[in-house]
Ligand binder design. Structure first.
Ligand code: TRP
Length: 386
């Protein structure tokens, strides 16, 4: 498996070679993952074709993707999806990045400091190279016409379909709340509005989001069938599976902020060193790359490899008999060196809150103009334009 990547920060303007390496690594690594959502294999096969189409004509695509504002982003996010966004932006695709501040209301503990979480997210985006002059960063709650699409869209899906959505089932199972809110239950439809308001045709996501994209496609199709006689109003957007080589957290389980096993992009060099020093390894001294047999060691090797534009095997061969302590030193140095420019940019950006707020205001304004135009078309199609 070739997992060579280059840094987003340095390649966003000359993306060809790096993006080819990234894309082929993506599909190679995606192919050997387990526990896939339905439709994963088809999405992977289509992914390679889409990559080719993007390379040939990036301006044909409008990309929408986004995150819930749950706090600072970590390395799992970065190598999973963020790097891919900056790559697509660098290729010349038009991009919208949604900060899902209504969706995050389903996580009650996060909603307490929403403004803080949103600002941290904007900081992370800007620091990794999302360029607001080329990409629109905006929040759910600031775009009324987007939210209004929810109502006609809700009429196009059945309660049974919502009940069957595996991602919602999982969210519900994991939420520590005693009852399921209507928002939680309907958020796949909300997500369809997020995607369709700007008529995005490409949605880079992780595998867990594929069921939502399926609902989005269904809604687009049904809307077009029912209401738009003179040609489809909405595209049926396609998933572009994130080339996410799965990075484990420091305890050997999936990297996730809520598990306390994540290395934040914004962490400083000392905190990074401390976290990696405490990372789980195994009792075999000789370091080898063996993702199935030695998941923790292999994930550390992968992390160093991603940062150093090498393969995990190469990193393993260099360390070999020197053991886990040497491995951790290598990973710490690799991560700190890779993140240094991102972190220093982030520190600088954090000093100017008014610039952050202005970035978001301008993004919101652009998103509102696009959403207003779509809603006007939707109302005309539905004969509710008075
Ligand atoms: N549901 C996504 C998540 O939990 C965030 C999100 C909201 C999103 N709206 C979206 C992702 C639209 C892609 C497209 O991470």
């Amino acid at each position: 498996m070739n997992t060579t990547l280059r840094t987003a920060a340095t390649t966003s303007d000359s993306p060809d070679a790096a993006s080819a390496a990234y894309a082929s690594a993506a599909y190679a690594s995606a192919a050997d993952a387990s526990a896939d959502a339905p439709g994963t294999t088809a999405a992977q096969a289509r992914g390679a074709e889409l990559e080719e189409l993007i390379r040939r004509n990036p301006r044909r695509f409008r990309v929408l993707t986004g995150d819930r504002p749950t706090g600072r982003l970590h390395l799992g996010h970065y190598f999973g999806t963020l790097h891919n966004r900056v790559r697509l932006q660098g290729l010349g695709a038009e991009m919208f990045v949604i900060i899902a501040d209504y969706q995050v209301l389903t996580d009650r503990d996060v909603a307490d400091d929403l403004t803080g979480h949103v600002e941290e997210l904007v900081l992370d985006y800007l620091a990794i190279g999302v360029d607001p002059s080329r990409s629109t960063i905006f929040t759910h709650s600031a775009v009324p016409a987007l939210n209004q699409l929810l109502l006609p869209f809700l009429s196009l899906v059945s309660v049974g379909e919502l009940h069957r959505n595996p991602t919602v089932k999982e969210e519900i199972a994991h939420s520590r709340q005693s009852s399921v809110s209507g928002l939680m239950f309907t958020y796949p439809v909300h997500q369809a509005a997020d995607i369709l308001f700007c008529k995005a045709d490409l949605v880079p996501v992780g595998r867990d989001q594929l069921p939502h994209l399926e609902i989005t496609r269904t809604i687009a199709r049904r809307f077009n069938d029912r209401y738009s006689g003179d040609g489809p109003l909405f595209p049926e957007p396609e998933a572009l599976l994130s080339p996410a080589p799965l990075l484990l957290g420091t305890d050997g389980t999936k990297m996730s902020k809520s598990r306390g096993n994540a290395i934040a992009l914004a962490a400083d060099a000392d905190e990074t060193a401390r976290l990696i020093k405490g990372a789980k390894t195994d009792s075999r001294r000789h370091i080898t790359y063996d993702p199935a047999g030695r998941p923790e060691v292999s994930s550390l090797l992968l992390l160093a490899a991603l940062c150093q534009d090498r393969t995990p095997q190469q990193v393993a061969d260099d360390i070999g008999p020197a053991g886990a302590a040497a491995l951790k030193r290598t990973v710490t140095e690799a991560v700190n060196e890779y993140l240094a420019p991102i972190r220093s940019r982030r520190v600088q950006l954090a000093q100017d809150r008014s610039h952050l707020r202005r970035t978001l205001r301008e993004g919101n304004e652009r998103a509102r103009a696009v959403a207003d135009a779509t809603l006007t078309e939707v109302r005309a199609a539905m004969n509710s334009h008075y």
